[in-house]
Structure formats: C-alpha cells, structure tokens
Design a protein around this ligand. Structure first.
Ligand code: CTP
Length: 443
C-alpha cells in the first residue's frame, strides 16, 4: 500500500524525452474514497502492464487543499487490457467508450473518466483536435494551463510518483494561470473563458504572457471561430456559478471577452448591480440549487437587456441556447411586458395572471428592477402560486352545475376572489355556485 508519509518527487522532461527528478516534495492524498479508487485503478494498471495516472483538475484541487476531487485517469499502455483488469479487480463497470480513446467507468456509484494517454493536433484554429496515442508527457503537454497539467500515479506495487513537467505547482503557489505554449488560445479559444472561470473561482491572475495572448486572440475574433454550441457551452461554464459569475464578468469585460462575443453586450455598474440583486432574489425565492441551475440563463437575460432590441434573439442563436431558454431570452421584453406594468395598487389576481407563466429567472429579473415588483414576486412565490382551491369541478357538478365553459369560469373567478382576499376557503363553494349560475344565465 501507499506509504502515507512517502515523499513525492516532481519529474520533468529533460527535453530528450527522458524524465529527470526535480524537486522532491511531499504531497499526501487523504484517506478516503478518492484514494482507495485511485489505488484500485493503479493496481489494475499493474495487472494490465499499464501505467495509470491521475490527471487534471482533481490533482490541481488536491494541491489546493480541496475536498471533493474529480477522478480523471490517463492510461499509458493497452487501454482495453486496463479496462478488463479494472472490472475484474473492482467489480465496477465500463459505462461508455468513445472514439476519442476515452471511457467512463462506474464503481459503487462513483464515476471515473479514463483516457488513453494522447497527443493531439488542431487541424484549424477553433476546430476540435485530432487525437492519437501518446505518452503521459504528451498528454500533459496538450492541456490548457500548467496547474491542470500535473499527474500522480499511486500504483501500490510501484510506489508513488508526481509529474509536474510544466511547473504547475509553482504557478499554484504564485496563484496564476499560465498556458503551456503561445498557440494554446489560438488552438482552442474556449480556454480563454476557462481561464476567466478559474481566475474568478480560485482568485488567480492570468500570467502576463497568457493575458497578452488572450487579449490578442479575443481582438482577432477567436471566439467567433467557435461553433455556437461550443461558444455557448464555454460561456455557460464560465457564468454558471452564482458565487463567481459577477467576478467572471468583471474580468471578461476587462479582457474584452464580452465585446468579442457580441458588441451589444453591456457590463457596467448598472447591469452589475442588477445581476447581483437578481441572483440574490433567485437564491432567496427558489433556493441555492435552483440558483446554481439557472445562474447562466439569468446572467444572459441581464446581459441581453439593453437598447439593442435585436440583441436577445441574436444571443439565443449565437450561444445555441436550449429551446426553452432561447425563447425566454429572445422574447425577453414581450414575455414580461404585462408584468412591468404592475404597480403597488394592482389587484393580486391580476398580478398572478401576469406572473404565473413566467420562469423563475424572469421573476428574479423583475424582482431586481423595482421594489413593488419585488414584493409582487415574493407574493407570487409565497402565497399566490401555491394557492389551491378547496373545491373542484366535481363539487360544482354534484350541486347541479351542468358541464360547460361557465363551470371553468366559476372556478377561475373563485380563485381570483381568494387571491384578492374577497372570500375565505370556507366561502369558495357558495361563491363558485353563485358565479356559475350568474354566468350561465348571461350566456
Ligand atoms: N482541458 C484542456 N483544455 C480544455 C478543456 C480541458 O486542457 N479546453 C484539460 C485540463 O487539463 C483539465 C481537464 O482537461 O484539467 C479536465 O477538464 P474539465 O473537467 O473541464 O475541468 P477541470 O480542470 O477538471 O476543472 P473543474 O471541473 O473544476 O471546472
């Protein structure tokens, strides 16, 4: 088993393809689920004569002292043999495989992503890379930032090794994001949005050369070379966290990334304030989980709101938003036009009609606009939307009301009367019967 006090070593490519030991370091993987799965996987690697490496964000987060660690593995050697050995050793299962030399494993509810060590080349800037088998050093060398290009192997029989060929640990200490080569952002401009995301989440800066490269690719329209789907997905990742979306937007604006996505996007003190308010309204009204799920959509909604009337529909397309979200963004003004006319003296039943079909992000946006709207949104969520009549159509039929549109009308009018506080639950039946007979005689 892994010696808990073992000293790890940092190894580095000496330029001739060999590994040379650099600074000895001591890194501990805490006892727990990540460590036992890693030991299992590395043991399966020994069975299959492969070397198995833990790579990417999980290693970065281990060194940052984070608890919840992603398990991304890279295998040097015969991937099929490794997968067979892993299944035999662990009782886990291979869930899926892809033509990009990757597979997904499941073990006791845990997910592990496994890839054959790869090298890659980009046929055109912004296009997806072409991959081929390579060494772990190739694999680390094709990654986005030095802090994401470290690897750990914990094969029980072979001891533990730590690979840091691009000085990721040094950059972690310096709290900076550094690309591995000058063409990195040109090859994959989504990495600029990833850099902004990591910077906002970890409080890191972009290393000066990396920042200059990002600015230059943005100014040259790098983000526009991406497909709308990739652009939208990368932006969603960057803006999907309520705690860091505002910081990410500050940095994106400063670097010119928003302007590079659409010159109509406005991020100034007013939109910033509005996003902060609407995010807190969303969290307060819908809870933390819903705020996380809808953070990106809300952010796009706030960014889309300016004098350029065509911007919302343009964004829905250029970010390839999912159908429901695209409609909400593209019809930003139309969908909330009636609600915008609500005032402190509106009737509750009317307010409910204006608000009931709106999505929670639209409600959060409205709540951040004006105090009276905020209080309507609160009432909608707390009392109006959950209100259910104690009577149903059956109760009216049993009392002799015959089938017809007046029956539904009577129930709706009763709901209005409850919302407006004109009747109590005990008065619903009498009220509905009176409305039904009145509206039947009218029709
Ligand atoms: N990666 C990359 N270039 C990309 C996307 C991913 O080099 N455009 C590499 C990085 O080494 C990254 C790893 O793939 O660490 C896994 O990517 P992902 O899961 O998207 O991010 P994490 O780094 O794991 O970060 P987190 O999940 O915490 O956001």
């Amino acid at each position: 088993m892994l010696d808990r006090s073992c000293a790890w070593v940092s190894e580095r490519d000496d330029g001739r393809g060999a590994l040379r030991v650099a600074t000895p370091r001591s890194i501990r993987i805490p006892e727990g689920r990540a460590r036992s799965i890693l030991e299992l996987a590395c043991g399966a690697g020994v069975d299959a004569s492969c070397t198995v490496w833990w790579v990417g964000g999980g290693v970065r987060d281990l060194l940052r002292g984070e608890g919840n660690l992603d398990l991304d593995l890279v295998v040097e050697g015969d991937m099929d043999a490794f997968l067979d050995a892993f299944v035999a050793r662990s009782g886990g299962a291979v869930v899926s495989r892809s033509r990009f030399l990757t597979a997904r494993l499941r073990l006791a509810g845990e997910r592990l992503d496994v890839a054959r060590a790869r090298q890659e080349r980009y046929p055109a800037p912004g296009a997806l890379p072409v991959v081929a088998e390579g060494t772990v050093l190739d694999d680390l060398g094709r990654r986005d930032f030095s802090v994401n290009a470290m690897a750990i192997s914990v094969a029980p029989e072979l001891g533990a090794r730590f690979l840091d060929p691009h000085d990721g640990r040094r950059d972690l200490v310096a709290r900076q994001l550094r690309i591995l080569h000058p063409g990195s952002f040109e090859d994959d401009p989504t990495r600029i949005l990833r850099a902004i995301d990591f910077a906002a989440r970890f409080g890191f800066a972009l290393e000066p050369g990396t920042e200059a490269e990002a600015r230059s690719i943005l100014a040259a329209g790098g983000l526009l070379r991406l497909s709308p789907r990739r652009r939208g997905a990368a932006l969603e990742r960057m803006l999907g966290r309520p705690r860091t979306a505002v910081l990410a937007l500050d940095l994106a604006q400063e670097l010119g990334a928003l302007h590079a996505i659409d010159t109509g996007l406005r991020w100034d003190a007013e939109t910033r304030f509005r996003l902060i308010r609407s995010l807190s309204a969303l969290e307060r009204e819908s809870g933390a989980a819903a705020a996380a799920t809808n953070c990106f959509l809300l952010t796009v909604l706030i960014l889309a709101e300016n004098d350029d009337l065509k911007l919302p529909a343009r964004l829905a397309g250029s970010l390839s938003l999912h159908r429901g979200s695209a409609t909400i963004v593209a019809e930003l003004r139309e969908r909330s036009a009636e609600a915008m006319r609500l005032g402190p003296r509106s009737r509750a039943s009317h307010a409910h009609r204006c608000l009931r079909s709106l999505h929670e992000v639209e409600l959060a946006r409205l709540a951040a606009l004006r105090e009276d709207l905020e209080s309507w949104v609160r009432r909608e969520n707390e009392t109006m939307r959950p209100l259910r009549l104690t009577i149903s159509g059956d109760d009216l039929r049993r009392r002799g009301v015959v089938e017809g549109p007046h029956l539904g009308r009577a129930l709706l009018r009763t709901l209005d009367a409850r919302l407006d506080g004109e009747i109590a639950a005990t008065g619903e039946l009498a009220f509905a019967l009176a409305v039904a007979s009145e509206s039947r005689s009218e029709s």
